[in-house]
Ligand binder design. Sequence first.
Ligand code: MG
Length: 248
Amino acid sequence: MTQGYIFDIDGTLIFDGAPLPDAIETINALREQDKTLRFATNGTGKSKEEIADELNAFGFKMDANEVETSVTACIRYLKRNFPTSKGQLLLPTRTYRMFEDFECDNDDPAYIVLGDLDEKFNYLLLNDVFQKMKSGVPLIVFHRNTQYRKNQTYHLDSGAFTLALENATGEIATVMGKPSMIFFQEICHTMDLPKEQILIIGDDVSTDIKGGIDAGISTALVKTGKYRANPRNEIKPTRVLDNLKDLL
Ligand SMILES: [Mg+2]
């Protein structure tokens, strides 16, 4: 029996700036059944409070502590795996503020977190990360996206630099966002439920469903948002939903 639900947000609960049909009612009904709910997104720019406020403005009723992002997953991962050591945080200001209780050591870090620095990427910074990776410092990133779209134009994304660093050093970065299984594992740690009682619901086979399967958690693909029928896709969700209310 499913007791915990991890919902993707974009394309699953909201789409094009509005709630999807039956999304609010489904969430409310699950809450009335005393289910444990989490709302998960890969974004790094907004805090969980900001995301909860946006969703609540649409009519959802969620607490910021139910929202998980690749940043909150990263913070949990670092506290679990590097509880006493200091790292180097190469992050834009909007992300850095979420790490304010971390102590840093930029000369001899135990790990490096590399975020979406956009115009602040430069040779000196990347060469410094390269040299530290060569000497064994693990690199932690939020995603491997090589491009993003803004104002109808594609822009180079931080994943392109991650791929370059991985290629040059032969070392693999640890990814915190979907489809990394770490993302879902860290969320499960907050739910206090056996994995068998948790279901991940999302519209994206390559992130929500792939990450869920890798983490050993049941998945439901919903036919909204990014969903496109592709019978040849080898990634198979546990369930396919025409509408979120099929969960009830
Ligand atoms: Mg989605």
